[in-house]
Design a protein around this ligand. Structure first.
Ligand SMILES: C[S@@+](CC[C@H](N)C(=O)[O-])C[C@H]1O[C@@H](n2cnc3c(N)ncnc32)[C@H](O)[C@@H]1O
Length: 290
């Protein structure tokens, strides 16, 4: 899969009526669902840079009026030294780009985005037309994303299947999913919002649906170095990296690699010189061989 060009950014000019309708449809999201606005806002900030790692032409509209506020809330998890005010925005840019690159490298045709929020990848990445992307989130969030693209008249480059479920209550059931085909599983900004036992259940479930050639890209919080999560006041849950890698190994995943913000592959020139690698913002990527 190849990254889309920046051309799309120039053509996205909805009428004032559409903008008004978008605002109305977005007004109802709950707090956790609403965090997707904050991520969209941070992607809009990145997209506006001359040296942007990616351009998400939808991000600014998706952020709505509340995105900036949610972004500030995430800031509670920022660098404690307070010398890097853009810390969380830079992190969102890096994590987005990291996942974009993983998807570009994936040769399969099934992608499942767990906790998809207001992700726009099927619309901004040049995904092969014969691929399918399942976007899993709560019904209220999926409804807003749906309405958004419908109002804009935007079309994805491949098939998109919306799956309404609550990971805390429901089992992972994906309509038209083919268990004989390799799948790339993405969990971006989702796991910290789930209780640890729900995170483990989800990883077990996706493993049971993964044939050889599948890849899992898990973004999680590793707060083993500090107290950021507790002090944030948010209902977030962290995991030690070793616990994630051990779980995946036990379940049969191989080539398991951990990446921390600031590490060689989770950097992209955005991590400030002199700062220690940040384990709080971590990924584990693994593949399934058999
Ligand atoms: C911070 S947002 C990230 C959204 C998206 N992955 C991104 O990076 O742009 C977290 C997402 O997880 C979803 N989420 C959190 N808890 C959930 C649950 N129990 N069931 C389904 N979705 C959940 C929220 O609705 C929200 O869209």
């Amino acid at each position: 899969m190849r990254a889309v060009s920046r051309v799309a950014a120039a053509v996205l000019k909805p009428t004032p009526r559409v903008v008004k309708e978008l605002e109305m449809s977005m007004a109802s999201a709950s707090f956790v669902g609403g965090t997707a606005f904050g991520v969209a806002y941070e992607r809009a900030v990145e997209s506006a840079r001359d040296d942007a790692l990616f351009v998400d032409p939808y991000a600014s509209l998706l952020a709505g009026k509340q995105g900036n506020e949610f972004s500030t809330t995430f800031g509670h998890l920022d660098d404690p030294s307070k010398l890097w005010p853009r810390f969380h925005k830079d992190w969102t840019a890096v994590r987005t780009h990291f996942i974009d690159r993983r998807l570009e490298a994936f040769e399969g045709r099934q992608v499942v985005n767990l906790g998809a929020g207001f992700d726009t990848r099927p619309f901004r990445l040049d995904m092969p037309s014969d691929s399918v992307v399942w976007e899993v989130d709560r019904a209220e969030v999926n409804a807003v994303r749906h309405k958004f693209f419908e109002l804009l008249g935007a079309k994805p480059t491949c098939r998109v299947v919306s799956v309404d479920l609550d990971f805390a209550l429901d089992d992972l059931a994906l309509q038209d999913f083919d268990t004989s085909r390799p799948t790339c599983w993405v969990a971006e900004g989702l796991l910290p919002w789930l209780d640890p036992q729900i995170q483990i259940k989800l990883i077990r479930e996706l493993t049971s649906l993964s044939t050889p050639g599948s890849v899992v890209v898990l973004n999680f919080l590793d707060d083993s170095d500090g107290t950021s999560v507790r002090e944030s006041g948010l209902d977030l849950h962290s995991f030690e990296t070793a616990d994630v890698t051990n779980l995946l190994a036990t379940l049969g995943w191989t080539v398991i690699r951990a990446h921390h913000f600031g590490g060689a592959e989770l950097h992209f020139g955005r991590f400030r010189d002199g700062y220690p690698e940040c384990r709080l913002y971590s990924f584990v990527v693994a593949t399934r061989d058999q």
